[in-house]
Ligand binder design. Structure first.
Ligand SMILES: Cc1cc2nc3c(=O)[nH]c(=O)nc-3n(C[C@H](O)[C@H](O)[C@H](O)COP(=O)(O)OP(=O)(O)OC[C@H]3O[C@@H](n4cnc5c(N)ncnc54)[C@H](O)[C@@H]3O)c2cc1C
Ligand SMILES: NC(=O)c1ccc[n+]([C@@H]2O[C@H](COP(=O)([O-])OP(=O)(O)OC[C@H]3O[C@@H](n4cnc5c(N)ncnc54)[C@H](O)[C@@H]3O)[C@@H](O)[C@H]2O)c1
Length: 487
């Protein structure tokens, strides 16, 4: 893609300069200039749309959905017979995945940006001083000046543990797993978080033999323990080996070769485990967490060594309210929808400050990061959770009540023959409000928003009693939860 902006002096000054064009940066730019004549530029060194569009959320969910649909078909008499025991058509799934990543073209995204008045500047951005951003690409370096704000929105990068031989083995990261071109026969996944669990699911769907090496005692360490257990049981039932309390101590690979994203990177890989066992596989996936992408940002040029933000997404430790950070790089919640939320709050704050308006009102503070973060893990079964878990709520000093039910209502049994699920509410006894909710089961993702509204709105349980779930839907488990609380 050619640069969209020639390095002319006239367009080198903007009201707002955003470094990084993922979902968080796009929203910050858009909200900062909406309804005004302010100007904004997004500096992007890869593809406008960011990790989420091409390497993370979109391809991973496109890979997971077919397995869910096939499972639903097999759990429905009359459909099961029509489907038979045929395997998924992996090439067709990869083709559909590629349509969701727009075949790694950001033409449509650039059209959107230009349509809402944002210039897209290709190159790598770094802070060169107060309100000054240097952009470097193959053609050289140009300087952008920001009248009102610079927004850091550079996302995060996958970490690779310092296990001897691991880096040299050229393991897959999440980018390879989501953009896979071939399915390895045997796979070891290092990590037990969301990326590990979701990737294990689609690889199992595609016929791979999967072993998860989980350093801690359970998968999804920050989820309610019953959710971790259900996901582990789901993986084991489908043939995966889940080794908890296990790490690789050394890794050896025959003829490692950087053959491209999503292709098998060489010969077989042997991992020595701390249990003394050895594991031989065709590919290793590292899913050991991510860190904010600050390395090349020139933080030192503005007196910073790390990025911390206040609730207005203003970077702390810098005078003058001109530097902001949103999304994964902000060190707040690393999820796309939360990054977009940061972008909306940040954009509104920049607009208000540019117009000398007071930051009066809830829209100028990213409170949800602390109290109401929703997340769905698209495993089989799915985990949908929002707010505080019981252990976190107790650690924060709340007087907690909990209520739990199996999800077993007319709607769930109608949806499929093998439906199983479990739901838990964490309740603040003093205020009679929901602090957190976790739902586990087949396709419970869309049940989550009701809980998010209850948590974010501090809706009393007495009021939820009048939120009558429609019959016969899966959401009737809400009624069972409230009945269980009444006793
Ligand atoms: C496999 C996987 C699956 C995921 N699935 C989900 C999901 O289902 N739901 C969900 O909510 N979250 C999911 N996430 C997390 C989600 O991808 C991130 O939270 C989200 O992408 C963060 O958005 P962002 O805008 O902060 O950063 P990014 O999307 O990472 O975008 C940052 C952009 O900045 C650019 N950039 C970086 N440095 C520079 C620089 N110096 N100059 C110019 N440009 C730069 C990058 O090229 C990139 O385009 C997933 C993550 C992974 C790894
Ligand atoms: N559906 C979704 O919302 C979704 C999907 C995928 C990713 N994401 C987000 O992307 C981010 C990254 O996900 P992730 O799974 O990589 O990170 P994570 O932090 O969720 O999990 C990291 C895992 O790696 C393990 N680990 C860390 N260092 C290790 C080491 N040295 N050796 C062995 N194991 C080690 C941890 O114990 C943990 O199990 C998360 O914030 C996640 O929420 C979200």
């Amino acid at each position: 893609m050619a640069p969209t902006n020639a390095p002319a002096a006239a367009d080198s000054e903007y009201d707002v300069v955003v470094i990084g064009g993922g979902p968080a940066g796009e929203n910050a730019a858009r909200y900062a200039i909406a309804g005004s004549d302010r100007t904004a530029a997004i500096v992007e060194h890869e593809l406008l749309g960011g990790e989420c569009s091409y390497w993370a959320c979109m391809p991973s969910k496109a890979l997971l959905r077919p397995g869910t649909v096939l499972g639903a078909a097999r759990a429905m008499p009359g459909v099961r017979e029509a489907v038979g025991d045929r395997a998924l058509d992996v090439p067709a799934i990869l083709q559909r995945r590629d349509s969701f990543t727009a075949h790694h073209s950001d033409v449509g995204q650039v059209e959107w940006a230009e349509g809402v008045g944002i210039d897209v500047i290709r190159g790598s951005g770094r802070l060169a001083g107060e309100r000054v951003v240097e952009v470097t690409d193959a053609g050289g370096t140009r300087t952008l000046r920001a009248r009102h704000a610079v927004v850091l929105a550079t996302g995060s990068t996958a970490t690779v543990p310092p296990t001897p031989g691991l880096r040299e083995a050229l393991p897959w990261t999440s980018r390879d797993a989501t953009n896979l071109q071939e399915v390895p026969g045997r796979v070891a996944i290092v990590g037990g978080g969301v990326v590990a669990c979701e990737a294990a699911n689609w690889l199992l769907d595609f016929g791979a033999e999967v072993t998860l090496l989980v350093r801690g005692p359970r998968l999804l360490a920050s989820a309610e323990p019953f959710a971790s257990d259900a996901v582990a049981a789901g993986l084991r039932d489908r043939g995966a080996t889940v080794l908890t309390g296990t790490t690789a101590t050394t890794v050896r690979r025959d003829s490692p070769e950087d053959s491209g994203i999503g292709t098998i990177h060489g010969g077989t890989v042997t991992l020595s485990l701390d249990s003394g066992a050895e594991l031989t596989v065709d590919e290793v996936i590292v899913a050991a967490g991510r860190r904010p992408a600050t390395a090349a940002l020139g933080l030192g040029n503005v007196g910073l060594d790390a990025v911390h933000t206040d609730d207005q997404l203003t970077v702390t430790g810098v005078d003058g309210n001109w530097l902001y950070a949103v999304g994964d790089v902000s060190g707040r919640t690393p999820l796309t929808h939360m990054g977009k939320y940061h972008g909306r709050v940040c954009g509104d704050v920049i607009a208000a400050r540019a117009e000398s308006r007071a930051l009066d009102g809830a829209r100028f503070s990213a409170d949800a990061d602390r109290t109401a973060v929703p997340q769905v893990v698209f495993t089989s079964p799915e985990v949908a959770a929002v707010g505080l878990t019981e252990s976190v709520a107790r650690a924060q000093g709340f007087d907690v009540d909990t209520v739990e039910v199996d999800i077993a209502v007319a709607g769930s049994s109608l949806s499929r023959d093998d439906f199983t699920g479990h739901a838990k509410l964490v309740i603040d006894r003093a205020r009679d409000t929901v602090l957190g909710a976790t739902f586990v089961g087949t396709e419970v993702a869309d049940q989550l928003h009701a809980a998010t509204v209850a948590v974010a709105g501090s809706v009393p349980l007495s009021a939820l009693w009048h939120a009558v779930p429609a019959y016969p839907t899966v959401s009737e488990f809400w009624l069972r939860l409230l009945e269980a609380r009444r006793g």
